[in-house]
Design a protein around this ligand. Structure first.
Ligand code: SF4
Length: 312
């Protein structure tokens, strides 16, 4: 199997911890606002995926006063090979967490907020009710803030997905993460087709009143054709918004990086995705599913309604 960028990308030898190419070496800004964000989140005892997933944009986003809240605890019931969030027996849900997320949104003056959660396969509804309550609490205290949910697959439980949608988030985001062939080795318990089914179900339940968004990680050994197939599959279930970023290995225990895809290759794939009919695409080495999420909301506002049927 050829990988994405034969001849141009940086291929990584098996069994080595990849040395980062120049375009992924970050200069960390020093800023008081980073500390302010960190202190505020600590004071409210909130988890973020920025910290728990060791996001490389942690410094940039927190310095700009934004973060992605991770609700329902910091212990996930799954053990995906790419993800740094810890796998352990989950804690009980905290009844006051929705109010704390709402208060943080208010104090941070967020115009657009992204709320994600660990997978809670131990709960009958997968944590959907907690999602709904959090969205409702955020909206009540911050009526002008747009809300994006970045959800687990809820095992494609229609009632659970409907419960989250009942809170009327502005964007429903669920990541496909990788191409079909690699999904079994990259995502624990999740399946490629189930993730597509979740996005399709949102459209079935809400149609043109709901924008859907998804994300792909590159650098796990996928071919360019497989990435295009994944983008086409997303359009076929009406997905409107897309992020494409570079996978980075959080620890030696996680899946190795197979290649570092160049910024030029990301740009080309982003352009190809736009030509397939996505409303907004962000594609680049540092892109994560909540990176510059407010930009997506601006495009959504301009587009007015979700993209028409697939043009793939
Ligand atoms: S890209 Fe998303 S997860 Fe990463 S630091 Fe920024 S807000 Fe947090």
């Amino acid at each position: 199997m050829t990988t994405l960028g034969v001849g141009t990308s940086v291929q990584v030898q098996a069994q080595t911890r990849a040395r980062l190419p120049e375009w992924l070496r970050l200069k960390l800004p020093t800023s008081d606002s980073f500390s302010r964000t960190r202190n505020l989140l600590r004071d409210l005892s909130l988890h973020t995926v920025c910290e728990s997933a060791q996001c490389p944009n942690h410094w940039e986003c927190w310095s700009q006063g934004t973060a992605t809240f991770m609700i329902a605890g910091d212990r996930c019931t799954r053990a995906c090979g790419f993800c740094a969030v810890s796998t352990a027996k989950p804690m009980a849900l905290e009844d006051d967490e929705p109010a704390r997320v709402a208060e943080a949104t208010r104090l941070m003056k967020l115009k657009h907020v992204v709320i994600t959660a660990v997978a809670r396969d131990d709960l009958g509804d997968g944590g959907a009710g907690h999602f709904r309550r959090t969205v409702e609490a955020v909206r009540e205290l911050n009526p002008d803030t747009t809300i994006e949910v970045l959800t687990p697959d809820f095992l494609d439980n229609a009632d659970a997905i409907g419960d989250v949608l009942a809170a009327e988030p502005d964007i429903f985001n669920h990541n496909l993460e990788t191409v079909r062939r690699l999904t079994p080795s990259v995502r624990h318990r999740a399946t490629y087709d189930r993730s597509l089914a979740v996005l399709q179900r949102v459209k079935d339940l809400r149609g043109n009143r709901m924008f859907t968004k998804s994300g792909l990680m590159l650098g796990l050994g996928e071919s360019e054709g497989e990435v295009r197939e994944a983008m086409r599959d997303l359009r076929l279930v009406g997905c409107d918004l897309l992020t494409i970023g570079q996978y980075l290995q959080p620890t030696r225990a996680h899946l190795p990086v197979v290649e570092f895809v160049t910024p030029e290759q990301f740009k080309k794939l982003g352009e190809d995705a736009m030509s397939m009919g996505f409303v907004h695409v962000t594609s680049g080495p540092m892109v994560r599913s909540s990176y510059h999420a407010g930009d997506f909301q601006s495009s959504v506002r301009e587009a007015g309604c979700p993209s028409p049927g697939p043009s793939v």
